[in-house]
Design a protein around this ligand. Structure first.
Ligand code: SF4
Length: 212
């Protein structure tokens, strides 16, 4: 910069196809169940297959060291909005073209009932849904609340596991660290495990092999 600064345009932060600053422009006029979110943005090329519209949930109890989005950790932050407003904003013409919707965090499963409601609305419209979680699929499958299994049933692609800073290099597409797994149709995986009476862990590893 010292040598060539006067020849260059003004320095501007870039963020790998994910907007740095995108306050949600939520459609008004809705009521009903609510969800606490940090923001909605469109046109992401890094949060799942193709071009995605994204909703970022607010609140994460996991607190991975080195997390990229510490502003989403506080359970008291963000904004509480009707789920129908989030659906309208995610599917708004402003976000086209899109290949699907991604739900990330914060921790989406930290608000499992609102997550289930949102997934139900999106799948009723035939939308491909990717969900990021800091929990493993094994941990989610072991939860007794029925909403966890019901939510897993509606997800097309789950990217699971916490962010591990020491494993962040060469993490592969859509992942923050190498421990995270891409699991297609996690609900089918869990159902398969129940039938075979095998640990979900083994089947998750099989799923990883299929994805390679
Ligand atoms: S689970 Fe996700 S949002 Fe939560 S601390 Fe880890 S990387 Fe950050």
């Amino acid at each position: 910069m010292a040598l060539a600064g006067d020849l260059l345009t003004r320095v501007r932060e870039l963020n790998c196809a994910r907007p740095i600053d995108a306050p949600p422009a939520l459609t008004g006029g809705h009521s009903g169940p609510t969800v606490c979110i940090a923001r909605v943005y469109h046109g992401s090329l890094v949060d799942g297959p193709g071009r995605r519209s994204v909703v970022q949930f607010q609140g994460c109890p996991i607190r991975c060291p080195g997390c990229y989005v510490p502003e989403t950790h506080a359970l008291t932050g963000g904004m509480t909005v009707p789920i129908q407003s989030v659906v309208c904003d995610l599917l708004s013409p402003a976000g086209e073209p899109r290949d699907g919707v991604t739900v990330l965090g914060g921790e989406p499963f930290g608000q499992v009932e609102p997550l289930l409601e949102l997934l139900t609305e999106l799948k009723a419209r035939g939308v491909h849904v990717t969900v990021y979680t800091g929990y493993t699929v094994e941990a989610l499958a072991s939860r007794s609340r029925t909403a966890f299994r019901a939510a897993l049933d509606l997800i097309d692609l789950l990217i699971d596991g916490p962010y591990v800073e020491a494993q962040s290099d060469r993490a592969g597409q859509w992942r923050g660290s190498r421990n995270q797994r891409l699991i297609e149709h996690p609900g089918q995986l869990v159902a398969h495990e129940s039938q075979r009476r095998q640990p979900v862990r083994l089947l998750a590893e099989e799923a990883q092999r299929w994805m390679k």
